[in-house]
Design a protein around this ligand. Structure first.
Ligand code: ZN
Length: 528
């Protein structure tokens, strides 16, 4: 036996260093294999199976790795970028590949990864990462909120970078919980499925094999969210699909948040907690009467009979839907709630009592006029199909103009209202920025473990294997993932775009904070 027996880390690095200079990447993989080898006394099967398109499962380390690489390629990406990346011997070693993929497969993957083809840039793809509205949200809403509590967060460094910061005892520490959903498939090795980057996973249709969805919270401080005695958790396991549990909707998201709040209030009352969610429609659902420019008429309706309002489903005093005799839900029209002027005062969208048009909806033109934007009665209602020219910055049509108003853009969602009532802050990630949600890497790690377990032929096996693989992730790994996502936050905060942030994250691997001069360094190194 070797002299390093019993010390997995050192012995696997030793083995690996015979074939490569890289110390941290692939040796970890080898370490896992070596562990398994000893425990089972047989060679582990290749966790990835054969080299087929089944390799492209969502939320896997492999998929996350490709996404990060594409991010580093900048705004416009060619299908060849994946091919070239997978031709790199270092990458092939890391992922246990023998060869790259064909151009046709690469094109298919691009679409599956949520990239779309741009016609005026021949052969290039684009995703929404650097889209104006996405960058605007990231820089002017998301990051300021994040940095409003960042200094109260604990930080966890690693051995090579001493960046650990215990919390300042004069301040209440902030714990940030990242939320996400992921789907585990019984026949993980055989099927491939991708979702667009800013969408929630779509479950398999009935009959395509078992699948289970898991939704959970994770923090760098404590790992998965659970009570101190470990008996209660906010984890939801869901059997997606028709004739099963249906679909995970906004009500489920809120119920889950309420469980999380209850646990944290009881067991972690001395810390403030922030929930971070993806910018998915399911998470962002807003009360129907919240300000929205959709369907809003441009002009004041002629009389009360034709007045405008929001259609909502009628509920009885117990909150249950009222149905019509034909079985359809009863609908009623309610006034849209008020908006806000720039100074924060309330703007009713209906004329006040005493006004000749009292009670009537004002219409978009009048609402804009009251906001100090002048006469909009001659401006069109909306551009065709609401496909506005971004160069006009919202001055093209009434709907786009209102759509960009802060109270229309940032009206509170049900989720925010429910959490804030309990004193918990909610933060929505910018769209397309999966690198900021480190729970995705936790799913990737768990699925890596999952593939090493025996195949889940029965639904109970699937659930047990899924839970087991989630528990196999260690807190040190979680903190490493968290450091990486904070490196990206820091990059965007210091003025980097996606491409530069991916470059910086790689260069300062292991660190949480980038040098203050990082933007200058990037420019010098890449354009100098
Ligand atoms: Zn427009």
């Amino acid at each position: 036996m070797s002299s390093t027996k019993g010390n997995w880390t050192r012995s696997s690095i030793q083995v690996f260093s015979q074939s490569s200079k890289s110390r941290y990447g692939p040796s970890r993989v080898l370490r896992e294999r070596a562990k398994k080898f000893v425990f089972t006394r047989e060679l582990p099967e290749n966790p990835f199976g054969k080299w087929t398109k089944s390799r492209l499962q969502p939320d896997t380390e492999f998929a996350n790795d490709i996404k990060t690489h594409l991010l580093s390629c900048g705004k416009y990406i060619a299908a060849k970028d994946i091919v070239n990346y997978l031709n790199d011997p270092e990458v092939q070693r890391t992922h246990g590949l023998k060869k790259s993929i064909s151009a046709a497969t690469s094109k298919r993957w691009m679409h599956k990864l949520g990239y779309r083809f741009v016609r005026n840039h021949r052969g290039q793809y684009v995703d929404g990462h650097e889209r104006d509205d996405v960058v605007c949200y990231r820089q002017s809403i998301f990051l300021p909120k994040w940095y409003s509590f960042e200094e109260r967060m604990r930080a966890y460094g690693n051995e090579s970078s001493d960046e650990s910061i215990p919390h300042n005892p004069s301040q209440r520490p902030v714990v940030v919980w990242f939320h996400d959903e992921s789907i585990f498939y019984a026949h993980d090795r055989r099927k491939s499925r991708w979702v667009a980057q800013d969408e929630s996973p779509t479950p398999y249709a009935k009959g395509e094999g078992h699948s289970l969805m898991v939704a959970d919270f994770v923090s760098a401080d404590y790992g998965w969210l659970r009570s101190k005695d470990g008996k209660r958790s906010a984890r939801v396991i869901f059997r997606p699909g028709k004739n099963r549990d249906g679909y995970f909707d906004n009500d489920d998201i809120i119920k889950q948040a309420e469980v999380a709040i209850e646990i944290l209030k009881t067991d972690y009352p001395d810390e403030d907690h922030v929930f971070v969610y993806d910018n998915a429609t399911t998470h962002m659902k807003r009360p129907p009467e919240a300000p929205s420019a959709k369907k809003m008429p441009k002009n004041t309706p002629k009389d009360m009979l034709h007045n405008w309002g929001v259609e909502v489903t009628s509920k009885d005093s117990n909150g249950r839907t009222i149905f019509r005799p034909d079985g359809k839900p009863w609908k009623e029209r309610v006034p849209m709630g008020p908006g806000k002027f720039k100074d924060g005062t309330s703007q009713s969208f209906y004329f006040p009592v005493g006004h000749p048009k009292a009670g009537l909806f004002k219409g978009m033109a009048e609402i804009l006029k009251e906001r100090g934007y002048g006469d909009w009665s001659k401006v069109r209602y909306e551009c065709k199909g609401f496909h506005c020219d971004p160069a006009l910055k919202g001055d093209c049509c009434c709907r786009q103009k209102l759509f960009n108003e802060p109270d229309f853009t940032n009206g509170k969602s049900y989720l925010e209202l429910a959490c804030e009532k309990a004193g918990f802050q909610v933060l929505f990630l910018p769209k397309f920025h999966c690198e900021l949600n480190f729970i995705e890497q936790c799913w990737g790690r768990a699925k890596w473990h999952y593939r090493l377990l025996p195949e889940s032929s029965k639904e109970e096996d699937l659930e047990r294997n899924m839970i087991q693989s989630l528990e196999m992730i260690e807190i040190e790994e979680i903190r490493r993932f968290a450091r990486r996502s904070r490196r990206f936050m820091d990059g965007y905060h210091k003025g980097l775009d996606g491409k530069a942030a991916a470059w910086a994250s790689k260069k300062y691997r292991g660190h949480r904070v980038l040098p203050d001069t990082i933007l200058q360094m990037y420019n010098d190194e890449n354009h100098g």
